[in-house]
Structures are given as C-alpha cells and as structure tokens.
Design a protein around this ligand. Structure first.
Ligand SMILES: Cc1cc2nc3c(=O)[nH]c(=O)nc-3n(C[C@H](O)[C@H](O)[C@H](O)COP(=O)(O)OP(=O)(O)OC[C@H]3O[C@@H](n4cnc5c(N)ncnc54)[C@H](O)[C@@H]3O)c2cc1C
Ligand SMILES: NC(=O)c1ccc[n+]([C@@H]2O[C@H](COP(=O)([O-])OP(=O)(O)OC[C@H]3O[C@@H](n4cnc5c(N)ncnc54)[C@H](OP(=O)(O)O)[C@@H]3O)[C@@H](O)[C@H]2O)c1
Length: 444
C-alpha cells in the first residue's frame, strides 16, 4: 500500500489530513498515512505556549504566538469552505477573533474529521533522505527517547516557516543594559508596561507587537524600519523612524539622527525557512516571498514530484489557501491530477515568479495570491467558496488599516461560505484587554 508521511500538525498538516479524510468519506481508497508532530499537541503556532527556548526534552520551541494576539486579517478571509464559522460556533461571531477562538475553530474541523488517529505526537522528524524511490525518515520519540527509521512513498512537509527567527546584530548590543529579544520570544506585552520600547521591522510582527506594547501601557514605542516605513497614522506615544544605527548605553541612535532612551529592543526581523532534517537535494531554499521558486503550483518539489511543501509562501491568504494546496497534493498522490512534463512545469513556475517580481504594492500582492489560490482551487474538488469576495475583503481591510490602524479590527465582513454578515464586537479592539474565548463570545 502507498505510504504518505506528513510532517507537522499546524493548519497545513491538518489541511492535508482533512483532504485525505474527505476523499475517504467520498468512498475513495486513501493511502496509509503517518503524521509526525514534534509537540505534544496539535494546531501548530495557534497552540500557544508560555515557553521560549527549549521544551522539556531540549527541543527548540517552535511557537511564535503571544498572549493577546488577535487575528490580523478578517476571519472570513481564512474560513474553511467545508466547515464554516457558523457551523463551529452555532452563532455568527465578529470578524477579528483572538487566538484562542481561531485555535478552537481549527481544531473543531480536525476533531469532526477524526484525524487524530494518524498523528504521532512528541515525535520529531530528524532526518529525511530519498533512496530507491522512497523517503527514508528518521524520527525521534521525545518521550521515550527512541529513534525510528521508516520508508514512505510520498512526503508532505508542513512544518511552517515562522518558527526560526532571523536575528540581526547591531552595534552596542553586547553592552545594552536593557532587554533584547526577537518577536519569536515575545509572549506578553504587560512585561513592557511603563517601558520605552524600540521595535525593529516594518511588517506584521513589528506592527502588531508595537501596537500590543502601546495598548498594554508602554511609555513610548518607537518603530525602526529598514527599507519602507509602514506609514500608518500611529497614536500619540508611537512613532516610526528610520533604522537603528547603534546602541550606546540606554540610548538608541537611528539612521535619520533621531535618538531615543530605551529599556527594551524587540527585533521583528522575520524568520528563516529552516529544514535541517531534510537532505540537501530535498531542501527548499527561499526567503519569505509570495512565490518561492522550485515549487510547481507552489506545492510540488520541482526535482521530485513525490515531495510536497504546504504553506511556504508569504501569506495574505492562509487556511483556505492551505486547503487548496492540500487538496491539490492529495489528488497528485492519488493520481487524479497528472503532473505535466518538465518544460511545462518550468514554464509555469517561471511565469508565476516573473509576475511576483513585478508586484509593487499590497493590493497587487493580494490580487496575485488570490489568482494563485484560484488556480489551485480550480484543479480539485475543494468545496464551494467565493474567492472574489475574499479578494474584495482583503482590499477593504487594507484600506481600513490605512484609515486607522487602531480601529481596523472593529470592522465587520461577510462570509464567503455562508454569506453571514459578522456582528460588531461588543468592545473595540483597543479597549478589549481580555482576549479569552469566553469574553469574546459573550453578547456583552
Ligand atoms: C506571530 C504570528 C501570528 C500570526 N497570526 C496570524 C493570523 O492572525 N492569521 C493568519 O491567518 N495567520 C497568522 N499567522 C501565520 C501562520 O503562519 C499561519 O496561520 C499558520 O499557523 C501556518 O501553518 P503551518 O501549518 O504552515 O505552520 P505552523 O503553524 O508553524 O505548524 C507547523 C507544525 O510543524 C511542527 N514541526 C515543525 N518541525 C517539525 C519536525 N521536524 N518534526 C515534527 N513536527 C514538526 C511544529 O511543531 C508545528 O506544530 C501568524 C504567524 C505568526 C508567526
Ligand atoms: N495576528 C497578528 O496580529 C500577527 C502578529 C504578528 C505576526 N503575524 C504574522 O506573522 C508572520 C510573520 O510576520 P513577520 O513580520 O514576523 O515577518 P515578515 O513579514 O517576513 O517581515 C520581516 C521583517 O523583518 C525586517 N527585517 C529583516 N531584516 C532586518 C534587519 N536586519 N533589521 C531590521 N529589520 C529587518 C523586514 O524589513 P524589510 O521589509 O526592510 O526587508 C520585514 O519588515 C506573518 O504571516 C504575519 O501575518 C500576525
């Protein structure tokens, strides 16, 4: 029997499991599946942990999420076509839920599909080589400290790419008397109450961690961008300046000559695509971009069509794009989609990469990733969902952010699956200090 290995049970790994289970539900003979998860529980980044550094077995903690994290895009844009928010919660809920609510939603579908039986928890994949048309996978059962070797016909890598931080060095760091951390290790904005905080970066982590610190009472928040400023209308107490030049004692000097007295430096300088367990010939090498090269349809490894990567793109679209990728991978594995010849594959990849290289602004990027997702969607039987509405929602969301970065999470969107219009949340995001699911779901 064909054997498939899946690595990771974040949203991508769970999409892959659900794709196979949906096939089985429809009466198809699915392959034998083993899913490896190095943590003791599922949900990937959405499975929050207070831990930073190592887990109890000495393995690096992959989690990058923090307390008080709310969805930074409308939930309607990531809704599963086969499992709506209405179905899960039994009532319409607002458009920007906190982490615990999205975690509950992700797990709701996985539980309904009964896919836990495929997962080996606390089991890290430590080595993968490809020999004689098979993947030889070495894994470590961390609890029992036992290494195992097994062979598989197909491999799906769903290990995420926002877990291993990229940490740059700046002059004066070694003698800085305050706290230096990467966003990966940021857990609770309360730690920075009354502090003067500098956040480096100009993407989503910089934006959100800076706002969190402000919201939970930092004395001042200074964002240092490297290339382009985010340019939002920051509230009083926050500002954006150009790039850190050096630290001298508690003083940060920026490239534009601006100086700031600081207590903490938070590096929101992005993450590395890091696959130390994969043989060089199988390893995706890319930065965080919308179309990583060498992946046919953003999914199939160009040099070995039995290897699949899910969710390796920079992400506007998330859960339903991961689903479209998983359904596509499933249909290749189950021989329902035929891979084209090598020159067509190269041509297809090159066309997408060329288009990606011409993108100039977030609106064009949204269009690009919507087109990419629709392209995949049309190739499989992923259930009905309105990607044109999702495209429109993303563009409205971008405009809302430009209008007011403090209020964009108070807006309401309609579901691309059920058409339900989300109710407004009982408390504006800037005043909502309690992020528990219980409080979020209360009428007031
Ligand atoms: C701080 C932060 C906030 C975010 N907020 C949002 C948001 O609001 N909305 C949104 O849509 N997206 C958000 N994202 C994007 C996020 O990437 C996706 O939502 C999603 O978690 C990606 O799923 P994934 O399965 O690819 O990866 P992950 O969620 O990272 O899951 C990967 C899994 O693989 C496991 N794994 C890794 N290596 C191994 C190994 N060697 N062996 C076995 N198991 C392994 C990990 O333990 C983990 O469970 C956020 C990302 C970050 C970093
Ligand atoms: N729900 C939420 O609210 C939330 C919160 C945080 C993160 N997220 C998600 O997390 C994911 C990762 O986002 P991210 O912002 O961590 O990574 P990212 O989008 O890859 O951005 C990396 C940032 O690091 C900057 N950078 C790189 N090297 C640097 C250096 N040497 N000095 C200063 N800056 C440097 C880059 O600047 P340049 O542009 O100049 O290269 C860029 O702004 C995204 O999917 C995002 O949606 C969501």
């Amino acid at each position: 029997m064909t054997k498939v290995a899946i690595i990771g049970t974040g949203p991508c790994g769970l999409s892959m499991l659900r794709a196979f289970q949906q096939g089985e539900e429809k009466g198809e003979n699915i392959p034998e599946i083993v899913c490896f998860e190095k943590q003791k529980d599922w949900g990937g980044l959405w499975n929050y942990s207070w831990r930073t550094g190592s887990d109890e077995y000495g393995d690096p903690v992959p989690n990058s999420m923090y307390r008080y994290l709310w969805s930074n895009g409308p939930k309607e844009c990531l809704e599963f076509a086969d499992y709506s928010f209405d179905e899960h919660f039994g009532q319409p809920i607002p458009s920007f839920p906190p982490r615990e609510v999205l975690y509950d939603y992700i797990l709701g579908r996985a539980k309904k599909a009964d896919v836990k039986k495929y997962i080996r928890f606390n089991t890290a994949v430590t080595n993968v080589v490809y020999n004689d048309n098979q993947f030889e996978i070495t894994s470590l059962n961390k609890e029992k400290n036992i290494n195992s070797k097994e062979k598989f016909d197909y491999l799906v890598v769903a290990t995420g790419h926002f877990s291993v931080p990229y940490i740059p060095e700046y002059k004066g760091m070694n003698s800085f008397p305050g706290r230096i951390l990467h966003g990966h290790d940021f857990r609770d904005a309360e730690e920075f109450r009354d502090k003067n905080v500098v956040v480096l970066g100009s993407s989503y982590s910089a934006e959100d961690i800076a706002l969190q610190c402000y919201k939970y009472g930092a004395n001042s928040v200074t964002i240092g961008y490297r290339n382009n400023a985010m340019g939002f209308k920051w509230p009083h107490g926050m500002k954006e300046v150009h790039y850190l030049d050096k630290l001298e004692g508690n003083t940060a000097t920026f490239k534009d000559g601006h100086t700031q007295n600081i207590d903490a430096l938070i590096l929101c300088s992005g993450y590395l695509h890091y696959f130390p367990f994969l043989d060089e010939s199988l390893k995706l090498k890319t930065g965080n971009r919308l179309y990583p090269p060498n992946l046919y349809k953003g999914v199939v490894w160009q040099d070995n069509h039995k290897l699949f990567y899910l969710g390796m793109q920079d992400q506007f679209h998330t859960f339903n794009m991961f689903d479209c990728q998983a359904w596509f991978a499933r249909d290749i594995i189950m021989d329902k989609i035929k891979m084209p010849n090598d020159s067509e594959i190269t041509k297809d990849i090159n066309e997408w990469v060329e288009k990606e290289q011409k993108l100039e602004d977030p609106i064009q990027m949204i269009d690009f990733q919507t087109e990419y997702t629709k392209d995949l969607y049309s190739a499989s039987n992923y259930p009905k969902i309105d990607f044109e509405l999702i495209r429109k929602h993303f563009k409205d969301w971008e405009h809302h952010k430009e209008e007011d970065i403090m209020t964009y999470r108070n807006k309401s969107f309609s579901s691309p699956v059920t058409g339900t219009v989300a109710p407004l949340h009982h408390t504006p995001w800037a005043e909502a200090m309690d992020d528990s699911m219980e409080t979020f779901l209360k009428a007031k």
